[in-house]
Design a protein around this ligand. Sequence first.
Ligand SMILES: CC(C)(COP(=O)(O)OP(=O)(O)OC[C@H]1O[C@@H](n2cnc3c(N)ncnc32)[C@H](O)[C@@H]1OP(=O)(O)O)[C@@H](O)C(=O)NCCC(=O)NCCS
Length: 173
Amino acid sequence: MSGVRTRRSEDKDPERSTLEIRPMRLADVDEVALLERCIFPMPWPGQAFVHELKEGPTSFCLVARQGSVLAGYLVAWFVYDEAHLGNIAVRPELRRRGVATRLMERLLTEAETRSVRRITLEVRVSNIQAIRIYHGFGFKAVSIRRGYYVDNREDAFVMLRESPRPRREQWED
Ligand SMILES: CC(C)(COP(=O)(O)OP(=O)(O)OC[C@H]1O[C@@H](n2cnc3c(N)ncnc32)[C@H](O)[C@@H]1OP(=O)(O)O)[C@@H](O)C(=O)NCCC(=O)NCCS
């Protein structure tokens, strides 16, 4: 994988080999929606995940499973050479074990495969843990959306990760 990546999950997680990262399936949705409700103040309804899986041609949905346990999930969208990370979450009791790192690594691998140039996301300005992981993957805060979150009118950072430009295009400038 090219681009900025300052850490590798296999360096920190002795259980890495037991964690499976795979595409989300309809059969995962009930568990995903349950976890989503436990984690977020404004959870996506189960139907939103179903919609992404059934009718979202741009959607890229992953789950992380440790045996039978749903450890986490990620939803992103790919449109031409851009991607947007819409959702990422990890079961509270399985945090700080590299689960989100594995999901992000898979997203970035997919982005590289699709020659994606820019990945964007929004994150609450108070969400230090998420901001730290995004920084670790080379995202930078590029703007603020004031009052973006309707539950408490919290601001969002818009974060951007740009892939290095191919050498040929640099010469063409
Ligand atoms: C953000 C979240 C997905 C991180 O998942 P995770 O599996 O615990 O993350 P990782 O173990 O891969 O951690 C990667 C890095 O993120 C940062 N990080 C994660 N949790 C952190 C915390 N509680 N405090 C500070 N930094 C943290 C660290 O840099 C960490 O690396 P380190 O453990 O080597 O220091 C998880 O905390 C979560 O589900 N939060 C609630 C949902 C959410 O906020 N999603 C993001 C919406 S934009």
